[in-house]
Design a protein around this ligand. Structure first.
Ligand SMILES: [Zn+2]
Length: 74
């Protein structure tokens, strides 16, 4: 089963602690929640233009690669 209860930084693609105050490697922050969310939490969030949409600024290809890898992990 894929483990989506991990935090991948959208800014640099690094896996970081679930308990975080932003990415310690590149400084990426989520000012609305105060921490970077797990992949599972992100998937629950609405997208623009829905109300309460989560915004992800400057998402890098490494993040997308890491997400795909996470979904394919056993
Ligand atoms: Zn980062």
């Amino acid at each position: 089963m894929p483990n989506l209860n991990i935090v991948i930084c959208p800014g640099c693609g690094s896996e970081i602690s679930v308990v975080n105050h932003g990415c310690p490697k590149c400084g990426y922050e989520n000012n609305e929640d105060g921490r970077l969310l797990t992949l599972a939490e992100m998937l629950e969030r609405p997208s623009y233009p829905d109300p309460g949409a989560m915004r992800l600024n400057d998402v890098c290809p490494a993040f997308i690669k890491a997400v795909v890898a996470a979904t394919q992990a056993d």
